[in-house]
Design a binder for this molecule. Structure first.
Ligand SMILES: [Zn+2]
Length: 168
């Protein structure tokens, strides 16, 4: 599946890995989804992510792979823990034959079921953790918990990093 250069790995990265300071470099091929870019843009981060954006390949998974992930996540009971972005990332890793970089246990669980290699990324010093919120893509209302659809307008909710707090 990997290019026969032997050394280059294809890696799909999620939002939390980027927040934890995962370094995008030129040695491997890094891929993410448009929704991750949307989540990290404009957020205060330890470093300037914009500089690394050029090294990230932005791709969207095709429908068939998204459906596969949804089906598996339903059977493993992880579906309620996964945002649309999470599902897209897993689907993209599966479609492109990539490793998935994520700290999310539900995502890792679904990867295991699909046979997708994954790694968790821990920053140099784990002194912050992200508190996630959910935002309606329709009316933009924010929620502390996940709903299948927005209680106000029925649109889809998306996970976003609400705040990072110091834990050390
Ligand atoms: Zn709404």
């Amino acid at each position: 599946m990997f290019a026969n250069t032997g050394e280059i790995m294809r890696i799909v990265v999620d939002t939390s890995s980027l927040f934890y300071g995962f370094q995008i470099d030129g040695r491997n091929e890094f891929i993410t989804t448009p929704s991750v870019i949307e989540e990290v843009r404009g957020k205060k981060m330890r470093r300037n992510i914009e500089m690394e954006m050029d090294l990230l390949k932005i791709m969207e998974p095709t429908g068939r792979f998204v459906e596969d992930v949804e089906r598996i996540a339903r059977s493993t009971g992880d579906i309620d823990q996964l945002s649309r972005t999470d599902i897209e990332l897993i689907a993209l890793a599966n479609e492109t034959g990539s490793h998935l970089m994520t700290n999310d246990l539900s995502m890792q669980n679904v990867c295991r079921s699909l046979g997708i290699p994954y790694e968790s990324f821990k920053g140099k010093s784990i002194d912050t953790e992200i508190e996630w919120g959910y935002r309606c893509i329709g009316c933009r209302r924010k929620f502390d918990r996940f709903y299948d659809e927005c209680p106000y307008c029925g649109s889809e909710l998306r996970k976003y990093p609400k705040k990072r707090k110091t834990i050390a």
